[in-house]
Design a protein around this ligand. Structure first.
Ligand SMILES: [Zn+2]
Length: 117
């Protein structure tokens, strides 16, 4: 999980951070900016902006159907396990699909469990 986005998590997280403007004003974005490297944060921002274009339907047992508003095919299933702060998408990546679910569930921070330090 979080592979492409957080793989470059490093200790010098504050280096150059202030030079990247926030794009969405979503709290989760500001949290991400304080947590990950500028390089990773740019990729994260792209996923975040994309995540705002999904229709998200809550299903039973903590699962969510995620669909891009322009595409009738390509539905994804996102499973959330709040007790373990875990979130998985059927495409096996943590990206815009999972982010979309976090946003509709009023997450203001990225789940700590997903940071491979
Ligand atoms: Zn996905």
């Amino acid at each position: 999980m979080l592979v492409g986005i957080y793989a470059s998590y490093q200790n010098q997280v504050h280096e150059g951070m202030q030079h990247i403007p926030i794009k969405t004003c979503i709290p989760i974005e500001e949290h991400g900016r304080s947590m990950i490297t500028p390089f990773a944060f740019r990729a994260f921002q792209q996923e975040l902006v994309l995540s705002l274009q999904y229709a998200i339907s809550e299903m039973a047992y903590g699962s969510y159907l995620v669909r891009h508003f322009k595409k009738m095919d390509g539905e994804r299933l996102v499973i959330r396990v709040p007790e373990e702060e875990q979130i998985h998408c059927s495409c096996k990546e943590f990206e815009s699909h999972a982010l979309g679910v976090l946003i509709v569930k009023n997450y203001f921070q990225l789940p700590e469990r997903d940071f491979p330090i």
